[in-house]
Design a protein around this ligand. Sequence first.
Ligand SMILES: Nc1ncnc2c1ncn2[C@@H]1O[C@H](COP(=O)(O)OP(=O)(O)OP(=O)(O)O)[C@@H](O)[C@H]1O
Length: 630
Amino acid sequence: MTGIEERQPEQHVFEADVSRLLHMMVHSVYSDKDVFLRELISNAADACEKLRYESVSQPQLSSDRAQPGILVTLNEEAQKLVIEDNGIGMSRDEMIDALGTIARSGTKAFIERLEAAKAGEKAELIGQFGVGFYSSFMVADRVDVISRRAGESEAWKWSSDGKGSYQVVAVDLAEAPARGTRVVLHLMPDEKKYTSKWTVEKIIRDQSGHVPVPIHLAEKDGEEPSQVSDGAALWIKQKGEISKQDYDDFYRSVSGQYDEPLANVHFRAEGRHEYTTLAFIPGSQPFDLFDPDRQGRMKLYVKRVFITDEAELLPRYLRFVRGIIDTSDLPLNISREMIQESPVLAAIKKGVTSRILSTLEKMAEGEAETYSKIWDLFGAIIKEGIYDDFERRSQLLKLARFRSTVSHEATRSLTDYLTAMKEGQSAIYYISGSSLDQLKSSPQLEGFRAKGIEVLLLTDGVDSFWPTNVPDFEGKPFKSVTQGLADLNAVSSEGGTDESGREASTEVKAFIEFARSALGEEVADVRVSDRLTESAVCLVASEHGPDRQLEKLLQGAGRLQTASKPILEINAQSERIRSIASIGDPAFREDAAWLLLDEARILDGDKPANPRAFADRQARLFASAIGHGK
Ligand SMILES: Nc1ncnc2c1ncn2[C@@H]1O[C@H](COP(=O)(O)OP(=O)(O)OP(=O)(O)O)[C@@H](O)[C@H]1O
């Protein structure tokens, strides 16, 4: 290898985000440092699987026919731990790219969240996040990565102390694996335990026992290694042979999460299509669940060969599900581009989706407590399917759980809601907004409470969209309590006293007329309310057009230029309204009309439209009250 020996190592600086991540790794926010080994073994297994995949179209890449494998070698004397694989390996450019930058979207946002988190929350946050290769620097003060890409005749060494920069240099082929990657950790003085066979073997069994590549462990360089794990795919075993522990371990290795799954779906489909699925519902939210770019993370295998984890194997509203699908119905050399168009995969996607949803249905009935945990974690995502997946809409509506004006701590299903409907009630009522507390105190609910009518309190972002797109549930339409006429007259009051007939007085009617012309273009109308019993005013949207909450959301997202005008409803029975209506002074009436409109806006969680004018009117009102000695 002439020339290589003379080459100087190239010095590179880490991308800024890598430096920030490394800084956090080193000043460890992780209480459980053992995870670095899982990350390195997972990378090694991925590299073996990538080789298997690329060899389908380029058999020369693995012409040595060596079985894929991972070898972990300890060296107590030299304080070293070495993880070596015979997978795809990395070229110089790939190394610089993979080990000097952060490719995953969402990671930057994660780092920011982590930096902003309080000490106690950090460990929990980071537990939701696969920290990858950089976690080596939690236990090592220097890391060397020596790699030779399959099919290449040069090898490269990447080396760093994790403090801002790294070097890359060509190395002699004799110093590198024949193919694949060797990661050498020069352990910190305090981390000697990672050279103990007993400790390392236990960590591998616990954390990586189910990676689909065999793992061997040698106590010293050159010593005959022993097998720690056989690399057999768990999913092809019979259910009866798999313990909960096996499932949980597999879940952790396939998902990169550290929690315990709340449920698994494991089945083999035979018949028109043959495939096996092992899917899990995680026990905590993946950190990038709401990232708009986030794709599902199900892994696709063809006859146990890993193909990709970037295909949409499940609908987006199940993107929190982790696991694998292994099929024998696709050609091994299917290109990643072809996958998305494959009718076989479309059929498999349908089959797996049905199984996941039917598992959820069974849990909702038989394991209510676990189901409610699942719903708390992922309900907001599942609800996206209510408007995305027309075919399964009614199934998803049945799965949905809600807080409502009668639910207290527990949640309610729509079936519960229908059962509790009042005589004469013709719609499923809801109110949407961002805070449960604010919703509970919304004036728009008062008339419904008085009549004992349940109202669903919807607080997820997606709740502003689906009810307006879904015509009904079992024949009952969804209706926002902030929209149109409340129509409460058909339902009699709880206590039997029907207040609906109580007319507005002539004075109040005249004040409403006055307010309508004073407020002019600011509102679509001013009218007597039949939904208020305590508050003086509230805002509602007209019968047709978007719900007020949806409108605000669309405006906030810049998708709606002009908002439609709200209707100001006035409680004609309110003492305050009656007193205001009895005062004839037009200047006072004008101030009162505008202040009432601002009051309604504030009750909706908004600001007065013109804070200066609001303050001036309020000051005038105070001055006149004080001036009159009241
Ligand atoms: N043993 C290896 N063989 C080949 N490439 C590797 C190896 N280890 C790491 N890499 C490369 O480095 C990249 C970064 O690895 P890192 O562990 O930081 O993240 P990741 O594996 O992409 O993500 P995750 O940890 O979520 O799986 C990998 O995507 C891969 O391209």
